[in-house]
Design a protein around this ligand. Structure first.
Ligand code: GLU
Length: 299
């Protein structure tokens, strides 16, 4: 047993699809099989749609997941994020950025800067330049990173090194950035195991670096393969019946969906059975290619 926690942290932008549900099952299996608490966090700073949270929670329960404690919402935790930003700023680790997207795209990148990294235009402005730019445009706040790369340990990917740049902590519309909120919340909630889709693997070095700057410990990561459609693209609504509601009305109920998802992971078809059999090392390393047409009985 450990005192730590795992989590699932959906953005309430719409209904979960089977790919999200499969990742949620995996996060639950990783947490429960190691004696961790399992918590749900609604990442509603950005793309929240009215009513989506309720449906997501209902669907997670319908595939057999349970969680510990109250569900937490990021929009209720602004003070925690501002406190972290204040600590970073007091340590000289932030600066204001006035760049537009276009200015970033067109800026010559700094020598040796990795592709996609912020080119550093606003990093070394004088106070006078800042005052002038601030009057023109609201500022975003960036991290003053002192590394360009960081390495994390991932249960499925081993040692993974990726880019760290002066990433945004607070956007110029005042909204706290995902990379900051996720790190602050994981630390505050005792999360020491992060299981999520491998589309977020490249964000892990930035987040782990930030966690280390904030004095927290870095969680264990497991970035799991996504579900793709037969064209190799991330599963989406237009691929057919991919949400629990759509599948249920097509005659494929929650239990059957759960069984299919667990079987796609090489596991027994019920959450409790899967929990007994769960071994991270035996998980598939490739995406699951799913043709939703094949899930629903033909009419
Ligand atoms: N809220 C993010 C998403 O739905 C997941 C963040 C995370 O697990 O770190 O894509």
């Amino acid at each position: 047993m450990t005192s730590g926690a795992g989590r699932f942290a959906p953005s309430p932008s719409g209904e979960l699809h089977v790919g999200n549900l499969r990742t949620a099952l995996l996060a639950w299996l990783f947490a429960r099989s190691t004696g961790r608490r399992f918590i749900l966090r609604i990442e509603d700073l950005d793309r929240a749609r009215a009513g989506a949270e309720e449906v997501q929670l209902r669907d997670l329960a319908a595939v057999g997941l349970d969680w510990d404690g109250e569900v937490v919402r990021q929009t209720e935790r602004g003070a925690l994020y501002e406190d972290a930003i204040a600590r970073l700023s007091a340590a000289g680790l932030t600066y204001e950025c006035y760049c537009t997207r276009r200015e970033i795209q067109e800026a010559p990148s700094a020598p040796h800067a990795p592709q996609g990294a912020y080119p550093g235009r606003c990093r070394d402005l004088t106070e006078a330049e800042r005052a002038r730019r601030r009057a023109e445009r609201p500022a975003a706040l960036r991290l003053r990173a002192s590394v360009t790369e960081w390495t994390v340990t991932d249960v499925l990917h081993g040692q993974y090194s990726g880019v760290v740049d002066d990433f945004v902590l607070r956007r110029n519309d005042g909204v706290v950035a995902y990379n900051l909120a996720v790190v602050v919340d994981d630390a505050a909630q005792g999360v020491d195991q992060v299981v999520r889709g491998d589309d977020l693997l490249s964000s892990a070095p930035r987040q782990a670096y930030l966690a280390s700057l904030l004095g927290g410990s870095v969680p264990e990561y497991a970035h799991v393969p996504l579900v793709l459609n037969p064209a190799g693209k991330r599963l989406a609504k237009r691929d057919g019946a991919v949400t629990l509601a759509a599948l249920t009305s097509a005659g494929v109920g929650a239990e059957r969906v759960t069984a299919l998802l667990l079987e796609s992971l090489g596991l027994p078809p019920t959450p409790q059975g899967a929990l007994r059999a769960f071994q991270p090392g035996a998980l598939p390393r490739e995406p699951w290619i799913l043709d939703p047409q094949e899930l629903t009985p033909r009419t």
